[in-house]
Design a protein around this ligand. Structure first.
Ligand code: AHR
Length: 612
């Protein structure tokens, strides 16, 4: 019977501990969470985003002579490209969507819209939804366009067939001279029924996790880019991502595609609210470590102002400049921002020279906002030194650590946070994963999360990464939720995350187990017959080892192993056997909690022993 040794209440900070991290990687936003079904809706795709992109990517033009992308007469200064239709015959323009095509479902409604400038009188544009074989999946709609100024036209379709190869086709009649832009198609049924918003099934998958916070809009994509916010390759500047979608400039996403910013800061705040998570935005610190580009210190004000204005946008009353903008966008109530992060995975001194300017300005104006510093990606031997030094000097509330490691690393580091200072800044484990979407990895992550929970007075927040992957556009191998245009496949790791978010621990209990029953290993894949023991950070002493194969008992010599040392005990040809042993940790205060015992094939062991 286990004996209860201690029972301590977990610190109240455990309340926010487990959340999610959203980044537009693997087409997580465009072609993913963002419910827009048209790819390259405003003809802004360009080789700066991806080498083989061009302004007509994802479009099929029936006659390239009379359908041309131009820039002389743009919809606005942020959206320069549009399609000019100038034709003396009927022509068609077809968008193929993402994946194999759009997912269109019988009985569901779809909202179509486009901006048009009709240069030579009223023309009837026919809008069709079809499958890849050009079979209608809804009744075509005729939209008479007549405005000589850019104007938005809309229509709604009800599909009468289901397809996963959907196409949107616009047919322009002979004699048209029309400019078109921002050609858009959304399912009417979005998550929480909001316009310009999130795919229902993916939004629901997030809500079902019960995340306590939402870190957004990224990792690397936040700080990779030019300093000038008007540059086509600019860093992620939040002010570019709010307001009418046709006025949001497309940007180069460092994951090798185009980011429309259709899903922008306002939508991320709404999403946080809709899924019950606290918003946690990440802003660039005026420094791009990918290209070693930095804003001169005497020009840092605009970057610091971005942070201050964002807090006002989220929390300010409607009498403030940015609070008023939030209200005009449809959310008069504040979003109750509590956290803000500056920088992502920073190791460059240029960042740490700039961080204090952000920190001081935010602390002075908004003393209750928790400011998150960053400590770079994990690199053996470096252990995030600069970030922690900066965090201590500036008294940051949290420091963002990232690591993607093998499961064995997570097992060996179960006690990583035991030695962290509860009085110092807290750790924010802003990105982690054990590098595979397998049952074993998920269990290892669960055991690691227990270590995070146990140390909730030192670890403030933690989120797995990356969150989403569109199966046809993978940038990063291990993700929490896979999807295509139709289906959602949460991984086994997802269910571990869900378990911890849904049922957050309240008490830290420790038990002692006495008189353990012998373990029975059933292994129908005979290994090489040899038995090994291996230590980890702790020294392990294996004694009284007896193997009983039914006909005879074999004794192995006692072994003490330390620090990844491995010792061979002997071998057996038996397929079924019982083995008993005692294992102790001679150095009681040594760190490290796992030992390996058993047969080994390559790096896989048939028995692991975990213990304090
Ligand atoms: O999660 C994927 C990437 O990993 C993030 O963008 C970055 O912060 C890290 O390197």
């Amino acid at each position: 019977t286990p004996q209860l040794v201690t029972n301590n209440k977990l610190t109240s900070s455990v309340n926010d501990l487990f959340g999610i991290f959203f980044e537009d990687i693997n087409h997580a936003a465009d072609g993913g969470l963002y419910a827009e079904m048209v790819q390259n809706r405003s003809f802004e795709f360009a080789p700066i985003d991806k080498q083989d992109y061009q302004s007509t990517t994802a479009w099929k033009l029936s006659d390239p002579e009379s359908l041309k992308v131009e820039t002389a007469n743009p919809l606005n200064t942020k959206n320069l490209h549009y399609l000019s239709v100038d034709t003396n015959k009927d022509v068609t323009l077809t968008n193929v969507g993402y994946n194999k095509g759009m997912y269109i479902e019988a009985g569901k409604k779809y909202d179509f819209s486009f901006f048009v400038k009709a240069l030579n009188g009223t023309k009837n544009v026919i809008v069709r939804l079809t499958d890849a074989d050009n079979t209608e999946v809804g009744v075509p709609t005729v939209i008479p366009v007549e405005s000589h100024q850019w104007m938005k036209y809309s229509a709604s379709f009800t599909a009468d067939k289901t397809t996963t190869t959907g196409r949107l086709t616009l047919k322009f009649p002979e004699g048209s001279h029309i400019l078109v832009d921002m050609i858009s198609l959304f399912p009417e049924d979005t998550f929480n029924h909001r316009k310009n918003y999130v795919r229902k099934d993916l939004g629901e998958a997030l809500k079902a996790l019960h995340p306590k916070f939402l870190r957004f809009p990224g990792g690397c994509l936040v700080h990779d880019g030019q300093l000038d916010p008007d540059d086509r390759g600019a860093m992620y500047r939040w002010k570019n991502s709010i307001g009418p979608v046709e006025q949001r400039p497309a940007r180069r996403n460092n994951w090798g595609y185009n980011q429309t910013l259709g899903l922008g800061y306002f939508e991320y705040f709404e999403l946080s609210e809709d899924i019950g998570a606290k918003p946690l935005p990440v802003l660039p610190g005026g420094y791009d470590p990918h290209h070693d580009r930095e804003a001169p210190i005497d020009q840092l004000d605009e970057w610091v102002d971005d942070a201050l204005d964002l807090i006002e946008f989220a929390n300010g009353s409607t009498d403030t400049k940015w609070g008023k903008i939030r209200a005009e966008l449809g959310h008069p109530k504040p979003f109750n921002l509590e956290y803000i992060a500056i920088g992502n995975e920073e190791v460059g001194q240029a960042f740490f020279d700039r961080y204090p300017y952000f920190h001081k300005a935010i602390r002075a104006k908004y003393p209750n906002i928790k400011i998150i510093n960053t400590a770079g990606p994990f690199a053996a031997g470096k252990e995030f030194d600069r970030g922690w030094k900066s965090a201590r000097e500036n008294q940051s509330d949290l420091v963002d650590e990232h690591y993607y490691q093998e499961p064995e690393w997570f097992l060996a580091n179960q006690h990583r946070y035991d030695s962290y200072d509860p009085k110092g800044p807290k750790a924010f484990l802003g990105e982690y994963a054990s590098k595979a979407n397998k049952w074993y990895n998920a269990v290892v992550e669960a055991s690691y999360m227990i270590g995070l929970q146990r140390n909730a007075n030192k670890v403030g927040l933690a989120c797995y990464a990356p969150l989403f992957c569109n199966v046809d556009y993978e940038n990063w191998g291990t993700d929490l939720i896979y999807f295509d245009q139709k289906e959602v496949s949460p991984t086994v790791n997802y269910y571990v995350q869900q378990l911890f978010m849904k049922y957050q621990g309240t008490d830290n209990v420790s038990y002692q187990l006495n008189n353990l029953p012998a373990a029975k290993v059933v292994d129908d894949q005979p290994l090489n017959g040899k038995f090994f023991v291996q230590g980890d950070k702790a020294k392990a002493k294996f004694e009284n080892i007896v193997l009983d194969d039914g006909s005879k008992k074999q004794k192995f010599d006692a072994q003490t192993v330390d620090h990844e040392e491995k010792a061979e005990l002997g071998s057996t040809d038996a397929k079924d056997y019982t083995i008993t042993f005692d294992v102790t940790k001679p150095d009681q205060d040594a760190k490290g909690t796992h030992f390996c015992f058993g047969q080994q094939s390559s790096d896989k062991w048939c028995v692991w022993i975990l213990g304090g």
